[in-house]
Design a protein around this ligand. Structure first.
Ligand SMILES: NC(=O)c1ccc[n+]([C@@H]2O[C@H](COP(=O)([O-])OP(=O)(O)OC[C@H]3O[C@@H](n4cnc5c(N)ncnc54)[C@H](OP(=O)(O)O)[C@@H]3O)[C@@H](O)[C@H]2O)c1
Length: 314
């Protein structure tokens, strides 16, 4: 898995195909998609144009997508994967992840796609509706996708060590990747160490920290990792931007990272990480910024945005 991928959450549909094409020209080969991002058709159009142009072939690409919460029942896993493959115009995914350890009531594809969080958005007081499915059932169906050649690797997002340990107790095909939030304010050292020992690769989402959450009112401007003096000093020392320092720290500690941007200059900036190295002291100073601040927490945002208390980490 290439260590830098393009995150596609919140990239506007109208821009998505061009961003994908632009990113591929710049050198991105790893694309982090999801049914829930609502732009897989547009990602597919972009990828198709990249492949038709001929400079990049399918084997050069690493395409990740994610199983949405409403499709955890075994019988829905394959139709959900097939919908994603049709939208992305691909024969297979390199990686398919369970998006959250939250299983919501099924919404038929023809009623609404992607279904998002509410079961019935037109209800008087819309809420999330759970349909508890053992993760083991979902995982068995995910394993079937590998055996049938629809996906090459499977994994999970937003799991902690307890859920992972349970998953490993029955997995016939082990999770190849764990994708979790991680940045200097949420270093997740024990989780990363556990994954290293279990040979599970880790992808850090929201690798820039608060940046993604300002517009959603899920972070204060004062929480910007990029404004930290320590980061700015290290950036000045290397002649790099604060974002590059934070992203380089992510790569150098052994995680893959999937920064999102729709801006060509930032796409370039966010992948130009391989011609400088942070010293041990600098790595330590950045890790010391940790304050266990999770910006993407269903225990907070599901109540604030979806009228339903849905903690998963406590
Ligand atoms: N599995 C999960 O549950 C989960 C959850 C969240 C995210 N993800 C994945 O992880 C990806 C990345 O996370 P994210 O989108 O939340 O956050 P992010 O990539 O850390 O940050 C994106 C934000 O930072 C800005 N930005 C990008 N490059 C910058 C730079 N060089 N300098 C300053 N600002 C910059 C972007 O604005 P502009 O676009 O305007 O440049 C955007 O507002 C997502 O797109 C998604 O693929 C997965």
């Amino acid at each position: 898995m290439p260590s830098v991928g393009l995150g596609l959450w919140k990239i506007d549909k109208s821009l998505t195909a061009d961003v994908v094409i632009n990113a591929a020209e710049i050198g991105y080969r790893h694309f982090d998609c999801a049914c829930d991002y609502g732009n897989e058709v547009e990602v597919g159009n972009g990828l198709q144009r990249v492949l038709q142009a001929g400079a990049v072939c399918r084997d050069d690409l690493w395409i990740t997508s994610k199983l949405w919460n409403t499709y955890h029942r075994a019988e829905h896993v394959r139709p959900a994967t097939e919908q994603t493959l049709r939208d992305l115009q691909l024969d297979y995914l390199d990686l398919y992840l369970i998006h959250f350890p939250i299983s919501l009531r099924f919404v038929p594809f023809e009623d609404r796609y992607p279904p998002e969080w509410f079961f019935d958005p037109s209800a008087e007081s819309p809420r999330l509706e759970l349909d508890p499915v053992p993760i083991q059932d979902t995982w068995r169906a995910m394993e079937g996708l590998v055996r049938d050649g629809l996906v090459k690797n499977i994994g999970v997002c937003n799991f902690g060590t307890s859920l992972l340990r349970d998953l490993l107790s029955y997995a016939e095909i082990r999770p190849a990747v764990l994708q979790v939030e991680s940045h200097p304010y949420l270093t997740q050292d024990k989780l990363l160490r556990f994954c290293r020992e279990e040979n599970i690769a880790v992808t850090a989402f929201s690798p820039l920290g608060a940046q993604s959450y300002f517009s959603l009112n899920m972070a204060q401007e004062s929480e910007s990792v990029l404004e930290q003096e320590a980061i700015k000093e290290i950036a000045a020392h290397h002649g790099r931007t604060p974002a590059q320092v934070v992203l380089r720290w992510g790569v150098q500690r052994g995680t893959a990272i999937v920064p999102k941007s729709s801006r060509p200059e930032r796409l370039r900036e966010n992948i130009a990480l391989f011609d400088f190295e942070l010293g041990n002291d600098e790595m330590t100073a950045i890790s010391a910024l940790n304050r266990n601040r999770r910006f993407n927490d269903p225990g907070d945002f599901c109540e604030a945005a979806f009228n339903t208390f849905m903690p998963i980490y406590e």
